[in-house]
Design a protein around this ligand. Sequence first.
Ligand code: ADP
Ligand code: MG
Length: 260
Amino acid sequence: MSLLKVTGLGKSFGGNRAVDDVSFEVAAGELLALIGPNGAGKSTTFNMVNGQLRADSGSITLSGQELIGRKPRDIWHLGVGRTFQVAETFASLTVVENVQMALISADGVVHSLWRRAADHRRDDALALLDLVGMKAHADRPCSVLAYGDVKRVELAIAMANAPKLLLMDEPTAGMAPKERNDLMALTKKLVIEIGIAVLFTEHSMDVVFAYADRIIVLARGRLIAEGKPLEIRDNAKVQEVYFGSGKTFEKKQAVAQATG
Ligand code: ADP
Ligand code: MG
């Protein structure tokens, strides 16, 4: 059975059907890419799954439980995690303290207890940092980290609640190609080793084709294709939406490389 099942999902903003009758599934242990041009409805779809936005129609179930109508925090408790940017207010905390804060939140401990939080599940926080290759940086302030390392910490924070499904909306935005690949390789490792499902959006086709187990494609709110990377690469509808008919991903990439 699939972990997440989205059926007939719809959302309009005024007369704009941002998401229009979209259905897809995510299995446990699957790294699924949601791609599509700007304005296709990717973020709107994510925000309905995590409860930030309420769907107009359709159904979203996690292990058979309906999510529509639940508050974001309840959805998070049920096992839908998402990566957040490490908040600026936390930049003065150390790396491990940031992860401890996430564990406190996951445990539902009230924030006034932060005075005693220095000891709160430090070992668990270190284990999460080890998972993302950041244990050696545990006692450094977050503010001094390189951007790619901040992203790793964000991933450790997202894992604090042991999500079944992790939503990552443009996780590699603003990253150099090497950092993008490192972050996605790490994400893939979590999918394989821990068995979580990940739904992510990503603009770089290189990254999508290299890491996604499966790809779903949105255009103007509608799901136009779904399949394995090679199937999507060869899909005429997808190529048309991205580049106009007659062009392929390969040609586009060749042009991008030639022009730097
Ligand atoms: P993507 O993430 O694929 O770029 P979005 O989901 O952000 O696309 O947007 C889909 C469509 O919905 C776009 O036409 C966008 O302008 C519109 N939209 C998104 N969020 C809002 C909002 N809060 N209010 C009004 N229109 C919105
Ligand atoms: Mg978006």
